[in-house]
Design a protein around this ligand. Structure first.
Ligand code: PLP
Length: 248
């Protein structure tokens, strides 16, 4: 009997948002819309509404590692998207067990309602252990500042300086998203070493929409899984996200 192999999958590592606005439910929806199978490794279960996070339960590290191993045993994994991590132990375990495929890391530091979703030690381990293993880091303007403040010192003032610091710290590429800026247009900037930055500009999505960061990073992971260049994957993901959220 011939063993049946599953279609290529994107592995989603992140948290469950009970409201479904963000997190793994949103990621899985995006991955399926792109025609890939979604496999998941849950880092934390959260109870939240659009207004508040009322509970966070981190998954034990052994259970998380078992999920990643099972996901990789189930069939080929073509890319990984990482979202909420929660704490340093989880970040360390994820960094140690990533398959060798393109990795998109959305550095989720807090919910839109203001609750931290990664603790201080977790941020330090993310920078030290996980950053060098990512193909693309996708911070928003607030996260880019937070990730480049060092030892209490200020962050570089502009996205180009922030990206340069993150690339010096091991990131292979950084997409700084302009969604938290002002004006009618949101401008995302892709920085890669020794190359001019590339801007992706689109209409600002109206209101405070949850899950835009998850959707964009998952869509980019799908583009990389399909063999697109980073530039094409980012461009198509932004167009797709814009179309999805305008339709809602
Ligand atoms: N909760 C979980 C589990 C998430 O993964 C994320 C983002 O990835 C958030 C909350 C934050 O999403 P938002 O900024 O839309 O509140």
């Amino acid at each position: 009997m011939t063993a049946m192999s599953s279609p290529a999958a994107v592995l989603l590592i992140g948290g469950i948002d009970s409201g479904g606005g963000a997190g793994l439910l949103r990621d899985a929806e995006t991955v399926r819309e792109h025609g890939f199978t979604a496999r998941v490794a849950v880092t934390a279960v959260t109870a939240q509404t659009d207004r508040a996070v009322s509970a966070i339960h981190p998954v034990p590290v052994e259970t998380l590692v078992a999920q990643i191993k099972a996901a990789c045993r189930s069939g080929p994994v073509a890319a990984v998207k990482i979202g909420m991590l929660g704490n340093a132990g989880i970040v360390r375990a994820v960094a140690a067990h990533l398959p060798k495929v393109p990795v998109v890391l959305d550095p989720v530091l807090a919910s839109s309602s203001g609750t931290p979703l990664l603790d201080e030690d977790g941020i330090a381990v993310l920078l030290a252990d996980l950053l060098p293993k990512t193909t693309l880091l996708t911070p928003n303007l607030v996260e880019a500042v937070r990730l480049t403040q060092s030892g209490g010192g200020p962050a570089p003032a502009r996205p180009a300086g922030q990206a340069a610091r993150l690339i010096a710290g091991g990131a292979r590429a950084v997409l700084i998203k302009g969604g938290h800026g002002t004006g009618d247009l949101a401008r995302d900037l892709l920085f890669q070493p020794a190359a001019p930055s590339i801007a992706f500009v689109g209409p600002r999505i109206a209101g405070r929409r949850r899950g835009t960061g998850c959707t964009l990073a998952s869509a980019i992971a799908c583009g990389l899984a399909a063999g697109r260049t980073l530039e094409d994957a980012c461009r198509q993901a932004k167009e797709k996200m814009q179309a999805l959220f305008e339709g809602r």
